[in-house]
Design a protein around this ligand. Structure first.
Ligand SMILES: [Zn+2]
Length: 289
């Protein structure tokens, strides 16, 4: 089995991006795995601190590992937005392949100092673990927001990115380049799209040469996503779009079968709904359309 690092390096070489999809339950995991299997592309499953609290840190690790082993399939597990070292250590010990160590709310010098120390601790637990660091402001909460936060002041500059990557030795960088966590109602309806700062992505890539993740990509313009991947994005995170699909599928399963109580007759609607979104995004990220 190729490691996540190898998968990312190959994506970098071939100019595609690896899809990262968050899971909050077994329905979402089944849907994402089915989508990746159907398209035969590697995939990263993410669980944030909130999602891990609900799923169980060791439980989600074992579930993903069992899929990887039984199907000999490149599915990886990321500890998304981890805000404390204790929580990062817990994920590393459970066998996560990567950790997003997110101290982006701190001043950059403090972010650098603590991230560097965290990398040392985490690599001592698992030398192959990848640590992703975050700078800039892309908002919080993969949900539907009433208003868009003003993120213009928190955009990452190429200079900051270089300083951060050089000083920390981070494996993967997550910058703020016009992306935003969550979606507005108009984005859920499809009447507006997020737009990315493509020039900024290219500048950050050139300055750092690092592997780069795009967080908060739900509701982003398709053409911007294609150009962002061409400019150097290696991982794209989708969560809110999946959550919207999960709810719609669940509602469909319940509405179509008002008397049904058997979970495995209701939940396949949610699986199918989430799977279709994952397929659509994976096709775009992997240049299969
Ligand atoms: Zn994120």
């Amino acid at each position: 089995m190729r490691s996540l690092r190898k998968v990312l390096e190959q994506a970098q070489t071939t100019g595609v991006a690896v899809g990262h999809f968050n899971v909050a339950d077994f329905v979402m995991l089944k849907a994402i795995f089915a989508a990746a299997q159907e398209l035969k592309v590697p995939v990263v499953v993410g669980a944030s601190e909130g999602e891990r609290k609900f799923l169980g840190v060791r439980q989600i690790a074992v579930l993903v590992q069992s899929l990887r082993d039984e199907f000999d399939f490149p599915i990886f597990l990321n500890a998304d937005h981890t805000h404390s070292l204790a929580s990062a250590i817990e994920a590393a010990k459970a066998g996560f392949d990567s950790i997003v160590f997110d101290l982006s709310a701190l001043p950059i010098e403090e972010n650098i100092r603590q991230t560097k120390a965290a990398i040392e601790t985490l690599k001592a637990i698992n030398p192959n673990i990848l640590v992703e660091g975050e700078i800039g402001d892309i908002g919080t909460g993969s949900e539907i927001h009433d208003t868009a936060p003003d993120l213009t002041k928190g955009l990452t500059t190429a200079e900051e990115a270089k300083q951060y990557v050089d000083a920390t030795g981070i494996d993967i960088l997550a910058p703020a380049v016009g992306n935003m966590h969550g979606m507005l109602q108009s984005m859920v309806q499809g009447s507006t799209k997020k737009r990315l700062d493509l020039a900024r992505i290219a500048q950050i890539k050139e300055a750092t040469g690092a592997l780069i993740t795009l967080h908060g990509a739900s509701g982003t313009d398709d053409e911007d996503l294609r150009k962002a991947i061409a400019a150097g994005i290696n991982i794209v995170h989708i969560n809110t779009e999946l959550r919207v699909a999960w709810r719609r599928g669940l509602e469909e399963g319940l509405t179509k079968q008002p008397q049904e109580v058997v979970p495995y007759k209701i939940l396949p609607f949610a699986i199918e709904s989430v799977k279709q979104v994952a397929i659509s995004r994976l096709k775009l990220f992997n240049k299969l359309t």
